[in-house]
Ligand binder design. Structure first.
Ligand SMILES: CC(C)(COP(=O)(O)OP(=O)(O)OC[C@H]1O[C@@H](n2cnc3c(N)ncnc32)[C@H](O)[C@@H]1OP(=O)(O)O)[C@@H](O)C(=O)NCCC(=O)NCCS
Length: 155
């Protein structure tokens, strides 16, 4: 029992999402960008993980004809390695299976060992590199792709 719960992100979560952005990412989104993402519910699905009602992490994904793309995932600093990202990813995978989405993609900085380990554990595998993908750090991004099982029994 982790005590974590997942729900859809709402506008009232904006402040804590921006705190995570600013503290966990070298190129944080602006508040306007984040708000825009939260409001585009036709193609986006943003979820938060809460513990006793307090937001401790979030995941944002985008849907297209090709499948699902992970836009962002982050946890509140100091709450790493407690299973928050896994809780969010498990919820997302349930949603993908129910929705019939068969492929997921993402970019991740080549040095981000924690995120890469997380993604590999969901079946993501590298398919390419985007050179100098991140403007602030000039770092390359690894492009990862995962096939989503049609039922969780296949996972
Ligand atoms: C990457 C991140 C989201 C992981 O969140 P988390 O809640 O700490 O992850 P979890 O506790 O759910 O761990 C899930 C799995 O991820 C991997 N993992 C997480 N942190 C790790 C670390 N520091 N080193 C190695 N593997 C790690 C492990 O496989 C772990 O499974 P395990 O605990 O069974 O070994 C978090 O470190 C974070 O917010 N980082 C900054 C933002 C970021 O880089 N986001 C990704 C952008 S692409």
């Amino acid at each position: 029992m982790t005590g974590f719960e997942v729900r859809l992100a709402e506008r009232r979560d904006l402040e804590v999402l921006m705190e995570i952005e600013k503290t966990q990412f070298p190129e944080p989104w602006t508040t306007g960008m984040m708000l825009d993402e939260l409001e585009r519910t036709d193609t986006r699905r943003y979820t938060v993980c809460t513990e006793e009602g307090v937001v401790v992490g979030y995941l944002g994904v985008m849907f297209s004809d090709e499948g699902m793309h992970i836009n962002t995932i982050g946890v509140v600093p100091g709450h790493e390695r407690r299973g928050i990202a896994r809780t969010l990813m498990d919820d997302c995978w349930d949603h993908l299976v129910a929705r019939g989405v068969r492929q997921a993609t993402l970019e991740v900085a080549v040095s981000n060992a924690a995120a890469i380990a997380l993604y590999y554990s969901y079946g993501f595998a590298p398919v390419g590199i985007r050179k100098n993908y991140y403007e602030a750090t000039k770092e390359d991004a690894l492009v990862l792709v995962a096939e989503i099982p049609s039922t969780l029994a296949e996972a």
